[in-house]
Design a protein around this ligand. Structure first.
Ligand code: 5GP
Length: 226
């Protein structure tokens, strides 16, 4: 019999990151390499964009439908980001965690704080670009924001950096491969936490020692120290 039995329940992992930290790419790679990981699909009231995939990027619903869901207590957390609602579905996540799979939530800092308060065992990981100069380079290269939007994103990034101490881990995304390896290492270590042990099965010490001394095989190798 195995000596310890650990929790079968999956881990809840929140990945946040400042603008252009590359968390989307890192998460995609993590999912590709780890079949036990599932990315949760949030609900949002924002408009669907051309690159979005319905019910994959988000479940897109109206503001009224979202408010109805808030009333029904359907969200683990929700936040208003740039005037749009975003929320993490409670029921779906509970189902995946109970099945033993690990769930990633890609949510921003306010949401992360609420989830951590409700479920303290949640693992909070913050992904950072190597430097603000690198962020500037990446954001200009992406070319999807105007000057004002870039300034807003930088302001948010600086505010979010103040919240980094609330996270459990910080991962610098210098290279996607390195960032993915670091997150995989975090997930492996988290599975070895002592508080994941549910039961320890060890025979009674006296009984075990008695059996050991009676064991013929043991007798053959047992040589008293002179
Ligand atoms: P976007 O509209 O660009 O996809 O996302 C805007 C922001 O909303 C991102 O920072 C993203 O992490 C955050 N977000 C996405 N889903 C959720 C959610 O369910 N809850 C919270 N609190 N934030 C979310």
């Amino acid at each position: 019999m195995d000596m310890i039995q650990t929790k079968k329940r999956g881990s809840l992992i929140i990945i946040s990151g400042t603008t252009c930290a590359g968390k989307g790419t890192v998460i995609k790679e993590l999912l590709k390499r780890n079949s036990n990981l599932v990315l949760s699909t949030s609900y949002t009231s924002r408009n669907i964009r051309k690159d979005d995939i319905k019910d994959e990027t988000y479940h897109f619903i109206s503001k009224e439908q979202f408010e109805e869901k808030i009333k029904n207590d359907d969200f683990l957390e929700y936040a208003l980001v740039h005037n749009n609602y975003y929320g993490t579905p409670k029921f779906e996540i509970e189902q995946i965690l109970s099945s033993g799979k690990d769930v990633i939530l890609e949510i921003e800092v306010q949401g992360a704080k609420i989830v951590k308060e409700k479920l303290p065992e949640t693992i909070l990981i913050f992904i950072l670009a190597p430097s603000m100069e690198e962020v500037k380079k990446r954001i200009i290269a992406r070319g999807s924001e105007d000057k004002e939007q870039i300034i807003t994103r930088f302001k948010t990034a600086y505010q979010e950096l103040n919240e980094i101490s609330k996270y459990n881990y910080v991962v610098v995304n210098d290279k996607v491969e390195n960032a993915v390896k670091k997150i995989e290492a975090i997930l492996i270590s988290e599975k070895c936490r002592v508080d994941r042990i549910e039961e320890i099965y060890v025979a009674n010490q006296e009984e075990f020692m008695h059996e050991l001394l009676m064991d013929k095989e043991f007798e053959n190798i047992y040589k008293p120290i002179k």
